[in-house]
Design a protein around this ligand. Structure first.
Ligand SMILES: Nc1ncnc2c1ncn2[C@@H]1O[C@H](COP(=O)(O)OP(=O)(O)OP(=O)(O)O)[C@@H](O)[C@H]1O
Ligand SMILES: [Mg+2]
Length: 321
């Protein structure tokens, strides 16, 4: 591959400057989440029967895969008790009301039930915290019914096991796994802005990369890793089922009728991509083919100007070397 104009190191630099959430900022946001969690724990010490059992950082801040463009902090909140509503709308109002109780120094307008989560806003600095309810009945591995942020339905899953799953891949390819996840998420964000109707959930991107890694893909060279990812999507057409053996036997996965089948690594019964239509899958495949072609062309372009222009087809004008 001709790498004279844009090489692995240039992608590293681009990621540091434009893609990644800076470490200090990530730590501030994690501290903000920790303070809320500790406040809940203090309240629980005084009120042991309180039904909000635990709050924990979920999502990209917990996994170290957040983008610079992050706009909220995801916290999962475990709710137990027979009087917790089983209906999403009522559960969100219930959660907001309980959070106001546990955090009396927040005014009512700082704790607001949204469609599928409750937002806690801080005065002044900090990001909003998005609290997502999880109905919980004491499972030791923290399985519970999480309110889906896509359609408000309940999905059985375990956030701590997801974090453990991701940590295993991050440990297997230190720095690179999380970095390639962030680069692909950045690409997807841009596609979303450019192609109407495009969507590609971060968790799906992460699972596809985890599968490629498990199959032996070395992510340490970013142009090549990205090219592999896009080639995989183009070749498979997103029609291959993606399933992992960490927490269940893959043969126990039921047959799914949905066009995209990326199965929750901690629950064989949960297809994480169940809401993706054939047309949406086709749009991802088309975008991946374009990105793959652009990177191919970049690697053989004769001038630096052309090389950068090809990389910009994948990453937008933010890409400069
Ligand atoms: N359909 C689902 N089934 C089970 N768990 C899910 C599902 N969707 C999301 N999750 C959980 O929520 C977490 C956040 O998912 P999401 O797709 O928002 O990714 P993210 O890593 O937070 O990325 P982003 O930076 O885009 O917010 C996942 O890590 C997973 O634990
Ligand atoms: Mg998130």
């Amino acid at each position: 591959m001709a790498r004279g104009h844009v090489d692995h190191r240039d992608i590293v630099k681009f990621a540091e400057d434009k893609v990644n959430l800076p470490r200090d900022t990530a730590n501030e946001y994690r501290a903000q989440a920790r303070r809320l969690r500790e406040r809940l724990e203090a309240y629980l010490d005084e009120h042991p029967d309180f039904t909000l059992r635990r709050m924990l950082l979920s999502g990209s801040l917990a996994k170290g895969t957040a983008l610079r463009s992050i706009n909220d902090i995801d916290l999962g909140c475990y709710i137990s008790g027979s009087n917790a509503p089983r209906n999403t709308r009522e559960l969100l109002d219930y959660l907001a009301e309980r959070l106001r109780k546990a955090f009396p120094n927040f005014s009512a307008d700082q704790v607001v039930a949204q469609t599928y989560s409750v937002t806690v806003s801080f005065r002044g600095s900090g990001l909003d915290v998005d609290v997502v309810p999880i109905l919980y009945d004491g499972d030791p591995q923290w399985y519970g019914n999480l309110v889906s942020q896509e359609d408000g339905s309940f999905v059985k899953t375990s956030i701590p096991l997801h974090l453990e799953f991701t940590k295993k891949r991050k440990d297997a390819q230190k720095v690179h796994f999380a970095q390639v996840v962030r680069l692909v998420k950045f690409w997807a964000r841009r596609q979303k802005a450019e192609r109407s109707g495009f969507r590609f959930k971060s968790f799906m991107i992460e699972m596809i990369l985890a599968k490629l890694c498990d199959q032996g893909l070395d992510l340490s060279d970013y142009p090549e890793a990205l090219q592999h990812f896009f080639t995989y999507i183009a070749r498979s057409g997103l029609r291959e089922m993606i399933v992992f053996a960490d927490y269940y036997e893959p043969r126990t996965v039921p047959s799914y009728v949905q066009p995209v089948r990326i199965i929750d690594p901690v629950n064989a019964q949960n297809n994480v991509s169940r809401l993706y239509t054939q047309a949406e899958a086709a749009m991802i495949v088309e975008a991946a083919i374009d990105a793959g072609d652009a990177i191919d062309a970049a690697l053989f372009a004769p001038t630096k100007y052309e090389t950068v222009a090809y990389w910009q087809r994948a990453f937008g004008n933010a890409f400069q070397v």
